[in-house]
Design a protein around this ligand. Sequence first.
Ligand code: PFF
Length: 447
Amino acid sequence: NQSSGGQPPTGADHFSRSGFIFAAIGSAVGLGNMWKFPYITGKYGGAAFFLLFVIFLVLVGLPVLLAEMTIGRGGRGSAYTSFRNLSKVKVWGTFGFLAILGAFMILSFYGVVAGWTLHYAFLSFTGSLFSSSDYGGTFASFSGSYVPVFWLLVVMVLTGWVVARGISGGIEKFNKILIPALLVILLVLMGRALTLPGAMEGVRFFLKPDFSKLTAESALVALGHAFFSLSLGMGTMLTYGAYVDRRQSLGGAAAAIGLGDLFYALLAGMIIFPTSAAFALKADQGPSLIFVVLPAAFGAMPYGTFFGGLFFVLLAIAALTSAVSLLEVPVIYAMEKWKLARTKAAWGTAALIFLVGIPSALSVGGPLSRFTLGGKTYFDLLDFAASNVLLPVGGLVVTLFTGYAWKKAGEEAGLTGPLYRIWLFVLRYVAPVMILLIFLYSLGLFG
Ligand code: PFF
């Protein structure tokens, strides 16, 4: 009853139906939801920004997500091989290879931040995070030391171990345990946050739209974040798609993943804004929000060591399930290219990413932060190249390939009639223009 196409790339090892959804939600829900989403929402207009984010996620993000998974399932290979299997035109494969490179690069600094969350969970549970109230100083002395390298190593050993165990026994199992666990932790923390005196002020800020704050810039940030949050353009959803059964509905999966991603972002906002409001902390202070602003809140509340520790465990889990999806992208490529066994490919790639990530770990206030190029540290440069250049290029390639080049995309996606026509319209006209706008904006072309 397999209608067309081949087997998953590693033969029998593939996702179950729910396993795929869990793994894809695991990839989508990450530091983007827990760390970036709250601070950009704080900065760009609260609920009005959130509304825009939802609109972009549904109208542009979901069609592109479906397209990416469709290429993977149709091509049954890595982000490189899937394109090669579906088209004779070689340049698509070359673009696919760029996405693999992008996933490799993103993981090398995403892993660094994941490591910070592990360190903070540790500091919080032992209580030493709260021994001084100078949280800015605590963060600066930590990120300025060599300790982040150790935590990056821990992150790469953990993700390497999960990916080495394979799709159903590794990635699927890991996500099926951790994604529900994440929900439980979120609910506990939300309960705590909402019962703090003064919490409602934060809820109001988060949920009451103020459209006067919306600008072209906030719209572009919302759009870019919809892509980042759904893990698009880096080959992760494509790679996971390669392990999906032919009979599973990809459209249904895309909707579930989008909903899951939104739901977890909403919960994160319902923790962070009420908590900051209750302690009169400003939630619009940018990236330092979770490492500097929130510890002050946990330090001041009863049982703060416990709730603070739980909060950083939450971040670590969210980051690790995304890291696992990023690692799988180059690992499946290495397996194909050098005929490596999964264990060797996983450990080898994880080790390589660790090495490439060391300079990132040392350049956020650390010994390497003096070395900059155009004002950007090594960490910033990797982030910029991957998030602002490779990610939009990857997204553009996915939309153009499914919109124009691969004629059977609709069939593989399981779409017919008006839904198919809407999908094609988005892929051909709407998404490419939107992606181009984000791209130009992030290169600073709009001033
Ligand atoms: N979606 C993840 C997050 O929101 O944190 C980040 C991410 C993972 C981006 C995987 C891209 C990717 F390929």
